[in-house]
Design a protein around this ligand. Sequence first.
Ligand code: KIV
Ligand code: ZN
Length: 538
Amino acid sequence: MPWDSVIIFDTTLRDGEQAPGAAMTIPEKVEIAHQLARLGVDVIEAGFPISSPAQFEAVRRIVKEVSGPTICALARAKSADIDAAGKALEGGVNTRIHTFIATSDIHLNAKFADARYGKTIEEKRLTIKKMAVDAVLRAKTFTSDIEFSAEDAGRTGTDYLCEVVQAVIDAGATTINLPDTTGYCISDEYADLIRRVMNGCTFGQHVIFSTHCHDDLGLAVANSLSGVQAGARQVECTINGIGERAGNAALEEIAMALLVRAPHFELKTGINPALLTQISKIVSTFSGFQVQYNKAIVGRNAFTHEAGIHQDGVLKARETYEIMRAEDVGQDVQAIRLGRHSGRHGLFSRMDQLGIRIPPSEKDLIYDEFVRLADRKKEINDTDLFNLVHDYKNVKTEPHYKLESFQVSVGTDKEPEAKVTIRDLKRDEVVEKSATGDGPIDALYRAIDHAVNEGHDLVNYSIRSVSEGADAFGEVSVLISFGGPLFAGKASSTDVIHASAEAYMNALNSLAAHRAEEESIQFVGTGIMQAFGSGTPE
Ligand code: KIV
Ligand code: ZN
């Protein structure tokens, strides 16, 4: 990697997916990975294979199906994790294992409190350093491209940080990532951290330092750019900045800052800016995380001038109030509109242009869906196409329950009432239930609850219009919980009551799939360990 370039390491599918409720299905992840490759990212962090069979499978499929970027898998500094990552990456052309362990005293005292890690903080530090080195050495048996992250580097003392980093470089780590895990650092401090560690260690040209900044104080992008100015040549980021808590540094903002201020940074990336808005929409659709209207680069108001004085200025000379153009980031691309008279050729060539790959065997089904949609909606734009493929792919993830039919009646003088017919596909039973409620959606959800016996709470329900016009698609997102994890369901339709029902069914299907996975996880987990011959995890 030349020193005048920055490696863009995308972690939308790993850290991004850790955002509560952002869980994506395997087909959605594979689709996003294809789009990331098209966008020009250098590294895709595809998942954390040891954490669940679904994560393992997502990494395995992305390695097999997506070409171009290096595909990376995350692993704690434990042999079972590294073996799972190595196994998931098997057969890949360019693969990376990313192993991490915490280095700050706060983490050491809390997470490694057990006396087997050492009684004093000095002893614990020695143990952690050894675990880091062992992890790198083990990872090297799978690939030569090894990234090491010192978790909570932002709050780790420089001397110990340098000691660990030097040890892992000597063991063969080729990328050193210094995460501000808690989003605590201020930009000059973070730059200083990168500088101090780079100056405090000895390494060759093949070793790259990396930023990984969280947005708890709204500084993730600023800190990443400061890290780059201090010498880091990899930035870890996510589309739309999704991620743990307040999220990660937003890829689109990093890429455009480096491009718009090229004379300032003098650093290139491989990102094609014209695809930024499109991928933002796909990630928003698949993760269910709406992009705020005023979000830099990809928000729908990011290029809209409202104040008269601004409009006047822009009409006279765009550069008065614009530092980049909407079309530079793909915001203004006039989408080709398709309709009921569009044929297969028109549909699939537009999908091709959008980078949506449909296997030949599935084209008939997609075309039938398109025709059904065109009957309901006059004009079909790009967002509608993404929604259509998304809904179709959701259906393909083998649901537990299927909504066969529903009726909702409302009126000024009567209590809203809903009736549903639901098929339990695992038991092959059909259940019919009805209920009344505070409004049509409440009645509908109560009827579904009676028919589907999955104990849970509805945490959030939201609805928004995702395409233009009076017959726009309404997209419904729901979050349900059962104790700990959240399960998201999304659906879109020109009929918002129907979308509400399907979104709820999708969330319930995720919950049912999770429960089935939990039941089998013990068995699968043991299977993975046995297959890798690594015994029980440390
Ligand atoms: O924020 C963090 O420290 C991480 C590491 C796993 C790299 O996400
Ligand atoms: Zn992180």
